[in-house]
Ligand binder design. Structure first.
Ligand code: SAH
Ligand code: SF4
Length: 395
């Protein structure tokens, strides 16, 4: 089939969809998400003396990303007049929290409003040994996986690097989680790019945001505490290894191209073989840096013993763990969750082949915060292949 017929084949480039970093709706431009070089440029633009810029960049960086300052006034080691000029010209406001829901199991779901009035969701999942923040990379999603609630939502736009980093900052603000020196003491100890959107269709912004999150003088998350989940954007998987270096999760979900074409339409562009080739080449793979294969358990679709056996055969040789995700239903979904007996039988086969196969306990179900349930109530239109083509044509 010609690529043009396939929704997943549409080469939507990041910059086409990202709101440029300039005043939006009359707001001052944000300093959040700028690299150190960009930050230096922003200071030069408000006449901060050249010889002090480097020092000021370092100070602002610390205040923003290490101490979590929420206004320029708090930056007490910066001269008063510079603080005043900063406040006149720039903002460090976080996205507004529209709603915060706390689940019975402690999971917190934030609905955040970003420039343009769009809404994205960020989910905090506390566990005994870690706290994981699940962040979004797009409003809606470029793709249309048939079992995913976000996939029914038209892609509205990519998030900027600042909007991606700001999700971590909002959670830290809310949890009172700034300033811990010891990694183990932090409430937000891990970040997963598993919220709304396909991160690898917003590569540059995701990369820039993760560089800020990993910066030693700032948020200082180790690259091994960041996991990026992709549906399988093969060329960008190579770039992720080279330019971000975080851990990788892949939404595998099927063991034959036929079934995967129906679940994850990007498979029509890059099939299982091409995907596995990219995964085998992922840098630094080892027992401690394994690829996570996400596998959503859909009743009578992909959950047979034969599937489990094919799966372990396909991934032979790849340091991997297999994360079985019981399907999380959403209104109107065309699938059902596999039974627990089925999930256990599947896990047993995978396990016996030597792979860890944790079943992902659905978290925050009572607040629709579980995987694939994220979708803001404001954006509902179903995206069709024709619409994607039209979006691209419109440039
Ligand atoms: N776009 C990326 C990351 C976001 S989705 C990706 O597809 O990998 C995060 C994970 O949730 C993916 O593995 C996705 O396949 C899974 N998921 C989506 N909808 C789901 C649902 N309804 N139930 C369970 N898991 C789902
Ligand atoms: Fe997008 Fe991931 Fe959902 Fe597919 S599973 S529609 S890639 S968010």
């Amino acid at each position: 089939m010609p690529a043009a017929n396939l929704p997943s084949a549409t080469p939507i480039t990041p910059d086409m969809l990202t709101v440029p970093r300039k005043p939006v709706d009359g707001l001052r431009p944000s300093l959040i998400g700028l690299s150190r070089e960009q930050l230096a440029g922003a200071l030069a633009a408000i006449d901060v003396p050249e010889k002090t810029i480097k020092m000021r960049v370092g100070q602002i960086w610390q205040w923003l990303y290490n101490k979590g300052a929420q206004d320029f006034e708090a930056m007490t080691n910066i001269a008063k007049d510079v603080r005043a000029r900063l406040a006149e010209s720039y903002s460090i406001d976080r996205p507004e929290i529209v709603t915060k829901q706390v689940s019975a199991d402690g999971t917190r779901k934030y609905l955040l409003r970003i420039a343009g009035g769009h809404e994205v969701e960020t989910v905090y999942i506390p566990e005994s040994d870690r706290g994981t923040l699940c962040i979004s990379s797009q409003v809606g999603c470029t793709l249309t996986c048939s079992f995913c609630h976000t996939g029914t939502q038209k892609l509205v736009r990519n998030l900027t690097a600042g909007e991606i980093v700001a999700q971590i900052m909002v959670a830290r603000d809310d949890l009172g989680d700034w300033g811990h020196k010891v990694e183990g003491k932090r409430l937000v100890s891990n970040v997963v790019l598993m919220g709304m959107g396909e991160p690898l269709y917003n590569f540059n912004n995701v990369r820039d945001a993760m560089h800020i999150a990993m910066d030693h003088e700032g948020i200082a998350l180790s690259r091994r505490r960041i996991t990026l989940s992709t549906s399988g954007v093969v060329p960008e998987i190579y770039k992720t290894g080279d330019e971000i270096g975080c851990l990788l999760a892949v939404s595998f979900h099927a063991t034959t191209d036929d079934v995967r074409d129906g679940l994850v339409p990007i498979n029509k562009r890059w099939n299982i073989e091409k995907l596995l080739e990219a995964l085998r080449a992922y840098p630094r793979l080892s027992n401690s840096e394994r690829i996570t294969f996400e596998y959503v358990m859909l009743k009578d679709v992909n959950d047979s013993d034969a599937d489990a056996r094919r799966l372990v055969k396909l991934i032979a040789g790849i340091p991997a763990k297999i994360n079985l995700i019981p399907f999380n239903p959403w209104p109107g979904a065309p699938y059902e969750r596999s039974s627990w007996e089925r999930i256990e039988a599947f896990a047993e086969i995978v396990n016996r082949a030597g792979y860890a196969s944790p079943v992902r306990t659905p978290r925050g179900e009572d607040i629709m915060a579980a995987c694939g349930q994220l979708k803001s109530a404001t954006e509902r239109a179903r995206k069709s292949a024709a619409q994607i083509a039209a979006d691209v044509a419109a440039g």
